[in-house]
Write a protein that binds this ligand. Sequence first.
Ligand code: NAD
Length: 274
Amino acid sequence: MDANATHAHPTAIDFHGKTIVITGAAGDIGFATAQYLGHLGARIGLLDLDPEKTQAAAKTLTQQGITNAYFIADVTNPEQVKNAIDHLSHTLGPIHGLFNNAGYQGHFSPTHTYPLDDFNRVMHINVTGAFTVMSAIARHMITHGGGAIVNTASMAAVGGPPNMIAYATSKAALIGMTQTASKDLAPYQIRVNAISPAYMGPGFMWTRQVELQAAAGSQYFDACPDNVAEQMIQSIPMRRYGHINEIVGAVAFLLSDTSSYITGVNLPISGGIL
Ligand SMILES: NC(=O)c1ccc[n+]([C@@H]2O[C@H](COP(=O)([O-])OP(=O)(O)OC[C@H]3O[C@@H](n4cnc5c(N)ncnc54)[C@H](O)[C@@H]3O)[C@@H](O)[C@H]2O)c1
């Protein structure tokens, strides 16, 4: 491309005519993002393991006037992922964006007692699963002229949260995966970025981590969940947890043409935790 070429100012974020696939779409962050991108005009492809929650999510989107389709698949299963991409792209049209977001938090226990089977499970879902989906969708995007991918990492990747060795390791891997994929896929007009939420709520993961950090009985957190919630909030410069809806705008920005020169970046959504 001509380095001196002039570019028009971007228009407001608009996904009309675009298909976005979201993994973990039935969960708190995935579903909130599906609704937001849908209201910005996107056709939404929902991919999740949980049939009941996914069907309910699809129904709600339809009631809100958002064009959507869903496919029940395990992100770690390459055949199911391929079938999902085939079904969603045939139903909704070529995929322009991927929010690669399915994830599992794992056990809460210290490094020396952390169960190996759960460590492997976390790595399999969060790392191998994210790679499986990203790689398959990249092949699809290459044949359709490009696209944008956002991987859900976490501040756990850099913060060293106690009792979360598998989760922290998996999310650090996702940041590395994002950086390498951004290089590999740049020649194909595919941008790859990551977001790193910190303490987000309300929702399943917030409640689960408060309760399980309390139960883990470490020197870092109190044994009472209410006190753990307060300890976590006091560690955030903005002194509150982030709302799930404070993630969706960042995902929209990174998936849209407004961020057309941004790739390989990991964006903290953390209330000031760095
Ligand atoms: N909520 C937070 O505080 C927080 C903070 C940082 C990062 N994250 C990350 O954000 C992402 C979404 O989290 P959430 O809070 O919405 O959690 P959630 O548990 O509400 O949603 C996760 C979704 O992923 C799906 N899923 C899990 N394993 C799957 C698999 N193998 N194949 C397909 N789908 C699968 C689940 O069915 C679920 O619907 C995760 O990657 C999580 O690690 C969350």
